[in-house]
Design a protein around this ligand. Structure first.
Ligand code: OFO
Length: 166
């Protein structure tokens, strides 16, 4: 049995995860226009992973006999001031998601909801990984942005990414 406050907060997190995916998909379309298909691929993969995160929470709510209630989300940004700006936005966004996961954990602790605390631990670790990757990508694009050769190599690297590598 899930406390109503916890159920509501988890539903909001489904929305936040799917909205993250929508934002990353929008970033993919930006890179399609910039003729960087590898970058677009890595953002598509990232968008798919956000859907998986949302579905993990969906499944957990159902297992706890709760109700999933989906919400809409805002139109994502479509233009950025260059490649570095996109990766700065990703890092900023992942830091925001980390704070949302921390808020969920605080609520689960306040409610003494041990099952949800256990469930959320996966997301705590995932956010460490997400921020680490975002830092690494930002470092790479900052180094590559002024060299067509390095940018080409990075686009090739990102073009070969598949799920679980991003
Ligand atoms: Fe779901 O980890 Fe990114 O946002």
């Amino acid at each position: 049995m899930l406390d109503k406050r916890m159920e509501e907060a988890l539903n909001k997190q489904i929305n936040a995860e799917l909205a993250s995916g929508y934002l990353y998909l929008s970033m993919a379309t930006y890179f399609e226009d910039e003729d960087l298909p590898g970058f677009a691929n890595s953002l598509r993969v990232h968008a798919e992973e956000e859907l998986e995160h949302g579905m993990k929470i969906y499944d957990y709510i159902i297992r706890k006999n709760g109700s999933v209630v989906l919400e809409g989300f805002e139109t994502p940004e479509r233009q950025w001031d260059g490649i570095v700006a996109v990766y700065e936005a990703i890092l900023e966004h992942e830091e925001l998601v980390t704070s949302l996961i921390n808020d969920l954990m605080d609520l689960a602790e306040e409610l003494n909801d041990h099952a949800t605390i256990q469930f959320l631990l996966w997301f705590v670790e995932e956010q460490v990984e997400e921020e680490e990757l975002a830092h690494e990508d930002l470092r790479k694009v900052r180094m590559a942005v002024d060299s067509r050769h390095l940018l080409y190599e990075l686009d090739k690297e990102y073009g070969s990414l598949t799920s679980n590598e991003e």
